[in-house]
Write a protein that binds this ligand. Structure first.
Ligand SMILES: Cc1cc2nc3c(=O)[nH]c(=O)nc-3n(C[C@H](O)[C@H](O)[C@H](O)COP(=O)(O)O)c2cc1C
Length: 295
């Protein structure tokens, strides 16, 4: 039973933000969803202070061994989330982690303050793959700026804060260390890797409406392993590892690289019950030591 930021979780497998719609799943499967919920905690998709429509289509490209998406974080905004989604998500049989993103200190502070007051929210995940209005750089690619934002919002809540790091930076371990020093209770990684696809037969024209998108799935798994290992050896706070996990064996490798929890993302689009299968495979691997080293 992993202890993660004071939460006793039934197993180490959670979902990656934005890759499992628990409200739609409840509509489809009813109470059966609760009996066989695939994850030990549920992470919401990113919400922002104001509603967002997301990026122009097309938003998806099937890449070799992965998925390129430029969904662009469409969401109802904080008010819509609190009024419509939170009551539904609070009924899930597992703790709720709400993922938020803001492009100024003020936006992040408003989100953290509002969610920190809600007892339904067990932890807040801060998505820092977002251009900072002040610097133009992604917040998560700039250790000093991330530290400044976190130091400003940390005192606003006692709810655990998880910082979701971007892999699109030269030195993710330094960014993780800055997050820890500024009061993060945990870090999670990797978010998607920036990528581009070209329109077949139309020279030089990008496929995605937003030109570039984020690559996920098995294609990024070895990048994830390297970055999780680098971060876990640098920080003392727990690490949620993700990126390309499709099996218990993949999850085990991330745990061995130093993760406390493992998130399943793109694989849930192929198989919505993947989280449950992967946590089953993981406990089988653990039961079959001497063939694998300790989980
Ligand atoms: C379609 C899609 C939507 C996503 N939406 C979000 C999101 O709203 N917030 C976020 O922090 N990460 C989001 N992610 C990133 C995933 O949570 C995860 O970090 C990434 O996909 C790597 O894991 P995977 O290879 O298992 O998918 C999204 C990924 C995909 C594929």
């Amino acid at each position: 039973m992993p202890d993660f930021c004071g939460l006793e979780l039934a197993h180490p497998i959670v979902n990656g933000s934005g890759t499992f719609d628990a409200i739609a799943a409840r509509r489809a499967f009813g109470d059966e969803l609760d009996a066989a919920f695939p994850f030990s905690a549920f992470v919401s998709k990113t919400i922002t202070l104001a509603p967002r429509e997301g990026n122009p289509p097309p938003r998806l490209w099937e890449a070799a061994g992965g998925l390129l998406n430029s969904i662009g974080l469409p969401n109802k905004g904080l008010e819509g989330y609190l009024a419509e989604d939170l009551p539904e998500l609070a009924r899930l049989p597992v703790p709720l982690i709400t993922n938020v993103m803001g492009s100024t200190v003020e936006e992040v502070a408003a989100l953290v303050e509002a969610l920190g007051e809600r007892e339904e929210v067990a932890a807040i995940e801060l998505n820092v793959s977002c251009p900072n209005v002040r610097t133009g750089l992604d917040l998560g690619a700039d250790a000093a700026e991330l530290g400044r934002v976190l130091r400003a919002v940390r005192p606003l809540t006692a709810t655990p804060l998880i910082v979701k790091l971007t892999p699109n930076t030269a030195d993710v371990a330094s960014v993780a260390a800055a997050a820890e020093e500024a009061g993060a209770d945990a870090v999670s990684l990797i978010n998607t890797l920036r990528g581009m696809a070209m329109q077949p037969g139309r020279a030089g024209r990008p496929w995605l409406g937003a030109r570039t998108g984020g690559l996920s799935g098995p294609a990024v798994r070895h990048v994830a392993l390297a970055q999780v290992a680098a971060v876990a050896s640098r920080v003392a706070v727990p690490v949620v590892g993700m990126g390309g996990v499709t099996s218990g064996r993949d999850a085990l490798e991330l745990l061995h690289a130093g993760a406390t929890l493992v998130a399943v993302g793109t694989e849930s689009f192929r198989d919505p019950a993947a989280g449950r299968r992967i946590s089953g495979e993981l406990s089988e691997l653990a039961a079959n030591r001497p063939f694998v080293s300790e989980v």
